[in-house]
Write a protein that binds this ligand. Sequence first.
Ligand code: APR
Ligand code: PHB
Length: 390
Amino acid sequence: MKTQVCIIGAGPAGLLLGHLLRAEGIHCVLLERRTPEYVLGRIRAGVLEQITVSLMARLGLDARLKAEGLPHDGFNLADGERLIRIDIAELTGGKHVVVYGQTELTRDLMDAREERGLEVIYEAENVALHDVEGDAPFVTFTKDGAEQRVDARFIAGCDGFHGPSRKAIPASVGMEYEREYPFGWLGILADVPPCNHELIYANHRRGFALASMRSETRSRYYIDVPLTEKLEDWPDERIWDELAIRLGPEAGSHITRGPSFEKSIAPLRSYVFAPMRHGSLLLCGDAAHIVPPTGAKGLNLAASDVHYASEALVGFFRAQDAGGIAAYSDKALARVWKSERFSWSLTKLMHRFPEDGPFERAMQVAELDYIASSRAAQTSIAENYVGLPV
Ligand code: APR
Ligand code: PHB
């Protein structure tokens, strides 16, 4: 088959890019290894920056997001004793984030594919990229045992951290930057009301905790645990006990306990691959970068990548202007690196590292104390959390 853009991966990045290109009359085909159910089963975070909300609005796919999303004007840092509120709206001239399950956003994009004429081939196996350096790349895959081929002018690698696209860029061209963290996040979902109307990121001497939510009746909580921990060592009651301590006396006293219906441990990593374009292959989202979830940047960085990629591709096909394509990697990486820095710095501030001693703990406490007393420090955090300009 022939298309203008072959998109590998139908997670949030691939689906968002596909819808944006279709809306501009650009033909694309998405190749997804898994089933729709599997893609929807991926556990994802729950905070959307303005760029993500605005792309959904531009596509007219934000009805549920507008109805169910929770605009948040602030969030809290906690040091085990008190809450330090970061007043996002006041410090950024009225901006806010929206709390909405990123899985729900993926569902909204998936549900609209037929109505929008977005062609997604699920259970596409053995996807392989060919001739990406030239201007006639192609992708091969097998579907129901039959070998298939897609000829395209461009390939968009939206296949996540473990997909084949990044690996199609020669090692001599690419550069990897990586930091793995010595802990994971144990997360639970429970149908209980949140302990606070805004998110709380806590750095207690026992460790990190995050109180988040999906709605006024569904809570999302995390604590950091050593990577050696097993889920079976963490029955619900032990998690609730730890959350009540780590979130501090005020928030801890408002926790409503209940049975978790989802429980998982996820490792944390910072990772960037450069360049994000090689010949006719553009990388978007987790295919090119990973952030620790501390800053809730994963999906939102994919959204800005997709915004830049769709603008570049529309410019190419509509005005035969290859300038956007040539500039894509530098433009996307400029925002990626700033989000990587924020996510890394908030992770360093809010977690206990095994190698840390009393001095490092004292530095964290002092930095939180400084943030509590400095409008400038809070403004810096607020403008990064709400999302830097695209
Ligand atoms: N062939 C086809 N599809 C593939 C292949 C392959 N070989 N390998 C991976 N994929 C698919 C995966 O099955 C997945 O559906 O690519 C998709 C990649 O989706 P994500 O991993 O969700 O990555 P991305 O779309 O970039 O999401 C960005 O959203 O919710 C957040 O935490 C999430 O940071 C992530 C962000
Ligand atoms: C979530 O609600 O899952 C969530 C919120 C904020 C984060 C990470 C995860 O930083």
